[in-house]
Design a protein around this ligand. Structure first.
Ligand SMILES: Nc1ncnc2c1ncn2[C@@H]1O[C@H](COP(=O)(O)OP(=O)(O)O)[C@@H](O)[C@H]1O
Ligand SMILES: [Mg+2]
Length: 279
């Protein structure tokens, strides 16, 4: 389908006796932001490495942007932020970017480099050496490298693992800007709040397998019931939204003093833990 950015069928990767990825079947539409969630060791990074063509699957097949994984011309249309990377300490940020721009044979590289430096908030530090950067700044530089050449599709493997809350919120805003431009984003993360906020759809993996998939809303389910704060603390009531006024009236009639009423939400985190523990 031309509207699919990724179509993967029964992908598998075995390292010796370890099944890093097992039977991964997945579709990602163009322009979609998919959250690829799972605990450490679930197979997220391996899945991404297969999709960007760095690791050859031991089973199954996949297409990215309409071409089989590993296709060389497609690589220039993909941005990738690896989970673990390190640029040489002695290179300035701008030199790292210039090197990657050359690999991409980018026209107008100097301007493009300024644009991505602005995107990640590193413009002022462009002339400084990587060796003087904090981990968070190196991660921003990695993001800038991934953004070079305006890729149609971005794979971000734990893009905020080294960032503080401000950095995380910057990256969320960046992902939102990319989505507004129609870029497809494949976001690996074990940070549920992050995924919940920016992704259209979530795929939860554990021990190499998909254990759940769907929109964040579908995964966490409709919120059911309310939490009511009484004199002696919070109590939960399992009622439909239409029954809340009656509930409150009854409690008041029974002499309760109500300090607050709020919908009871299952967070993605609670749902995630339930899924991963069951698996
Ligand atoms: N190059 C490798 N050689 C051997 N085992 C590997 C290799 N890469 C990953 N693994 C194993 O595959 C499993 C999945 O790893 P990974 O894809 O990095 O998970 P995640 O990114 O979800 O933390 C882990 O058990 C890991 O130890
Ligand atoms: Mg990983």
């Amino acid at each position: 389908m031309p509207d699919d950015a990724i179509v993967a069928h029964a992908l598998a990767k075995r390292y010796g006796r370890i099944d890093a990825v097992q039977d991964l079947t997945l579709r990602v539409a163009r322009g979609e932001c998919l959250g690829f969630l799972g605990p450490n060791g679930a197979g997220k990074s391996t899945a991404v490495k297969i999709l960007v063509g760095l690791v050859r699957p031991t089973g199954g097949d996949a297409e990215v942007l309409g071409k089989p994984v590993g296709d060389r011309a497609t690589r220039a249309r993909i941005g990738y932020l690896p989970e673990l990377f390190r640029y040489p300490d002695w290179l300035a940020a701008r030199e790292v970017l210039a090197f990657h721009a050359r690999l991409l044979r980018l026209a107008g590289a100097a301007h493009e480099i300024d644009v991505v430096l602005d995107e990640v908030g590193l413009r002022e530090r462009a002339g400084d050496r990587v060796g003087t950067f904090s981990k968070g700044m190196q991660q921003r530089l990695g993001l800038a490298v991934a953004l070079l050449g305006s890729p149609e599709m971005l794979f971000l493997d734990e893009p905020t693992s080294a960032l503080d809350p401000v950095g995380r919120s910057d990256v969320r805003a960046l992902i939102e800007r990319l989505r507004a431009r129609g870029t497809t984003v494949f976001l690996n993360s074990h940070l549920l709040g992050e995924v919940e906020r920016v992704c259209d759809r979530v795929c939860v993996v554990d021990r190499g397998r998909v254990v759940a998939e769907g929109t964040v809303d579908a995964l966490v389910g409709e919120s059911r019931g309310v939490r009511v704060q009484l004199d002696d603390g919070w109590r939960e009531f399992d009622v439909a939204p239409a029954e809340v006024p009656q509930l409150v009236a009854r409690l008041v009639a029974e002499g309760a003093r109500i300090h607050a009423v709020e919908p009871k939400h299952v967070t993605l985190e609670e749902r995630f833990l339930a899924l991963v523990r069951r698996a």
